[in-house]
Design a binder for this molecule. Structure first.
Ligand SMILES: [Ca+2]
Length: 181
């Protein structure tokens, strides 16, 4: 079986990356391979060290490359649906191997992701009314610098969680709690 029941630091990093990917793409986890926990897991695993150590841009590029399935450098509704679908499949697959605290965070992330109306979400970010989300539009509330993404997301001067929450709708205010220690 694929599921390991051991909890280890890698899983924590994976969860962090999954949250970041989700935060970035749905906000935030993408389909020819919808419902593919293995592809998502590989994305999360590779991204774990990258996102912890490298400048945020490299982490964002990594998640973006996964989410932008057709490679047009924009996220459309189908791609967001596929991202959500993969994240759910991955969460089912991984849930048993996470600690109670991490499982709770994952559960919150899933609740938010699954409550999102994707058309409303796109509208919330789509400044130029193209019907899709560009990288600049997605990062409107995050000031990216040379630090790793988790540090930027934890810095209230750099990340406007209130603005992000407003874009995400009714459950948006919960999003900030995902990054809490
Ligand atoms: Ca695309």
């Amino acid at each position: 079986m694929f599921v390991s029941r051991q909890t280890n630091p890698l899983l924590r990093k994976r969860l962090l990356t999954a949250s970041a990917a989700f935060a970035l793409a749905a906000l935030p986890p993408l389909f020819a391979f919808a419902d593919d926990p293995v592809a998502f897991d590989q994305m999360v695993e590779t991204g774990g060290w990258l996102c912890e150590e490298a400048p945020a841009k490299e982490c964002i590029d990594h998640g973006w490359a996964y989410a932008d399935r057709n490679g047009d450098d924009q996220l459309d509704r189908k791609e967001l649906e596929a991202l959500r679908s993969d994240m759910n499949a991955w969460a089912d697959w991984r849930s048993d191997s996470l600690s109670g605290k991490d499982r709770t965070k994952l559960s919150i992330a899933r609740s938010i992701a699954n409550s999102l109306e994707l058309d409303d979400l796109i509208q919330g970010y789509d400044e130029d009314d193209s019907g899709t989300i560009t990288r600049d539009e997605l990062l409107a509330d995050i000031k990216v610098d040379q630090r790793p993404l988790p540090e930027i997301l934890a810095d209230k001067q750099a990340t406007d969680w209130q603005a992000i929450g407003e874009r995400l709708g009714p459950f948006g205010s919960l999003v900030g709690s995902l990054g809490a220690p």
